[in-house]
Design a protein around this ligand. Structure first.
Ligand code: NAD
Length: 482
């Protein structure tokens, strides 16, 4: 247990118990409670946003020189690094990812603050050449209060991805973390305060999405929403944003195709495909969950892949050796089991997995074995719908034309993977597949300087990259007469 006391939440810089329901955060590996907090109430939402707006207008945060705000963000990065092991352990307890993964997420959060601190100092305003009687200048202004709504699968990294650019731009930020993983957003708010972000500029309001998240999004003082989560929720948020004419970015679901050509380096591809689907227990928007393998190598590839999946070390997230931890909740595991049953009822064959592991260390947690299903086409429901778990649907393909048609036959278009030794074939496929991110001979690698986002039902807008700061600013063109 991290704490037996009820944890306070951060309402515009004031740390106190929320006015909402009591929430328990459960350790997915054992089902035991690790922390309890009182969530935000609607009155807390009103207070946090009104005070955030006041802080935006009066604290001087927006008016600080870029290098001054950057210095605070650098300090946030430094503090995250100083506390990295305890943050990684807390996150392991909060969402059950293996410790080796949570360390990476904490490092990525620190890197994100560092990147946006540096990016802030390099931004330049544009002055166009003289037009005779006047010159024009394009400047960027912070927006005011912005909302960051995040899911449970990569806490701290998701929150940093929104907080860092929004703060760099000079805004006040109200964060609504997922119900089941509220802890890391609260830790980040504490660190921001410690680093010198003025009181009131950051709030964290845990609570039910359909109540607290909804009220934050609808609030008239909230000028932008950055949302990461499911496509259904994203569409709901898009409707609210349309009514308010509010800018938004939506990072949504995926059903990403991984394509293995007959000239691929098979050792490399087997490991990459396993990592692409089974790391984070498949609870990843970019999980490579649809696998297309050239028919000539299909049998050999699937044999090696199934052996690899079987050999993955599933278990205690605290162990340095664990490669796959539990799923986030018992309910989520039941949803995954229903999808596997559906796949079988539609004619699929379970090549490996398809069951819960049993025995010491497994019975109380929400574990599930890495699962590969074959024998279904791309139109099967489990090939089309996001399962968000360790379930891979594998299919052979005969021609590159057929491959592209099937890879693109999805409402989602978030990410894709290509495995081939032939640069030209990989280039052609990489250009033809519709996706916000394409990995060639690698998978799930990230750089904060590279924009990230999805096409179609996978989202709108891009996060990360130097330009990411401009997402949190309004542009103004000024004309100067002479
Ligand atoms: P979710 O949509 O249920 O919840 C996401 C967040 O939205 C949570 O904080 C939730 O409380 C809040 N929310 C729910 N209803 C709301 C409403 N009516 N108004 C405002 N906020 C509301 O998603 P989840 O189950 O937490 O996360 C899994 C999903 O997130 C998957 O679909 C996954 O693909 C997606 N995801 C996408 C990315 C990406 O970058 N594209 C990254 C991670 C996860």
């Amino acid at each position: 247990m991290i704490s037996s006391e009820l944890l306070p939440i951060c309402i515009a810089g004031e740390w106190r118990l929320g006015g909402g329901d009591v929430y328990e955060s459960l350790y997915p590996a054992t089902g035991e409670p690790i922390a309890r907090l009182k969530a935000a109430s609607l009155a807390d939402v009103e207070e946090a946003i009104t005070r955030a707006d006041h802080a935006f207008r009066t604290s001087g945060w927006a008016q600080r020189l870029p290098h001054e705000r950057a210095a605070v963000l650098h300090r946030v990065a430094q503090l995250i690094r100083e506390e990295s092991e305890s943050l990684a352990q807390k996150q392991r307890l909060d969402n059950g990812k293996p410790i080796t993964e949570t360390r990476n997420l904490v490092a990525s959060a620190a890197g994100t603050f560092q990147f946006f601190a540096a990016a802030l100092e390099t931004l330049e305003e544009t002055i166009t050449p003289s037009r005779g009687a006047f010159v024009t200048m394009s400047v960027h202004e912070p927006m005011g209060v912005v909302a960051a709504i995040t899911p449970w699968n990569s806490p701290i990294a998701s929150e940093a991805q929104k907080l860092a650019p929004a703060l760099a731009a000079g805004n006040a930020v109200v964060v609504k973390p997922a119900e089941v993983t509220p802890l890391m957003a609260l830790e980040l708010a504490r660190i921001c305060e410690q680093a010198g972000v003025p009181k009131g500029i950051v709030s964290v309001l845990p609570g039910k999405g359909s109540v607290i998240g909804d009220a934050i999004t609808k609030h008239p003082l909230v000028k932008r929403v950055s949302f990461t989560g499911g496509t259904t929720t994203g569409k709901h948020i898009a409707h609210i944003a349309a009514d308010k004419m509010m800018p938004m970015s939506l990072e949504l679901g995926g059903k990403s195709p991984t394509m293995v050509l007959d000239d691929a380096d098979l050792d490399h591809a087997v490991n990459g495909v396993l990592y692409g689907i089974f790391s984070s227990s498949g609870e990843s928007c970019i999980a490579g969950s649809r696998l297309f393998v050239a028919r000539g190598i299909y049998d050999e590839f699937l044999t090696r892949l199934a052996e690899g999946a079987n050999a993955l070390r599933v278990g205690d997230p605290a162990s340095e050796r664990t490669q796959m931890g539990p799923l986030i909740t018992a309910k989520h595991r039941e949803g995954i089991e229903r999808y596997v049953d559906l796949g079988v009822s539609e004619g699929g064959r379970i090549r490996t997995g398809g069951v819960r592991p049993h025995g010491d260390g497994y019975d109380r947690g929400y574990f599930y074995k890495p699962t590969i299903i074959e024998g279904l086409g791309n139109s099967a429901r489990i090939s089309q719908e996001e399962i968000f778990g360790p379930v891979l649907v594998a299919m052979p393909f005969d021609s590159e034309e057929e491959l592209i048609a099937q890879a693109n036959d999805s409402v989602y278009a978030l990410a894709a993977g290509v495995w081939s030794r032939d640069f030209k074939r990989a280039w052609k496929l990489g250009r033809a597949v519709q996706a916000g991110t394409v990995w060639v001979n690698t998978y799930k690698q990230f750089s904060v300087s590279t924009p990230f986002g999805g096409w179609r039902d996978s989202g709108l807008g891009r996060e990360k990259g130097r330009e990411g700061i401009f997402q949190y600013m309004e542009q103004k063109s000024m004309y100067w007469g002479t």
